[in-house]
Structure formats: structure tokens, C-alpha cells
Design a binder for this molecule. Sequence first.
Ligand SMILES: [Zn+2]
Length: 154
Amino acid sequence: MLTWKDIINYSVKGNPLPDKRVEKTEEEWQDLLTPEQFRITRNKGTEAPHSGALCSSYETGKYSCICCETPLFDSTIKFNSGTGWPSFTQPIKENAIKYHKDTSFGMLRVEVMCNTCDAHLGHVFPDGPEPSGLRYCINSESMKIVKERVSDEQ
Ligand SMILES: [Zn+2]
């Protein structure tokens, strides 16, 4: 389980290696994404709180990167933070996410990005619920939910 100390280490000393990399040009991303998705993921934008489609959704499934479809979070680690953005306590896999020290707007924060394609996802804060104490605050527009198939077989 990742803790705040691990996150700080990653943001200072370097991130874990991803399983694979997806790299595209600005134009290719623009063709793939809606303008709002492009603004947030490729230009580090933020959606308005409570605006995101995934904010109040608690359907079972995996949350994947909107850009490269790499699974990032699981619905079992989603929680209601009351902030207006989808919130998670852990990534689905330790190397799914990369961390970057963000000093914009005069604040010291840790930006989280997709480790596969560098899509901006949101930020992580050390004020989440136990046991990890982490709160990944993620834009809905950066992700899509891949619902789990319900099996009817006996
Ligand atoms: Zn990605």
C-alpha cells in the first residue's frame, strides 16, 4: 500500500516504470479527445467541482485513463470526499500513476498523471481516510469507467 512518504519519494526521486508507454502528438490527442478532455488531460486543466459525470457514480468497475485506456483506479477504493471530484485512496497498481511536484498558484501540491501517457489526472493529498491516509482527487473528464461484466452463468 502506498503512503504519503512513498508519494513524496516518487515526486522527488523519480517514478516507478510503467508497464508500457503511449506517446502521441498534440494533434493526435486533439483528434481522439473532446475539447474539455483535451484541456484537462493534455493542458493540465481542472473541471468545475461537482460537474463531473463520475463524481457521484459508485458503479462497480475500473476507472481507466480517457487517453490511453490504462486502468488507473478501482471502484472499491473510491470514496465520497465531499470535494466534488472523484476521490480514491490508492491507485489500482503501484506503477499506474506518476507523481510530479506542482508549485503552480503559489501552492505546493503533488500532481498525479497517467504513467503510461502522461495525461494530467488531478492531485493527491495526505488527508484521506485510513489506512493509506491518501486522497487522490481526480477529474472525471480524465477517466472512463469500464463496468464489470455480471455473469448469469450457474
Ligand atoms: Zn493514459
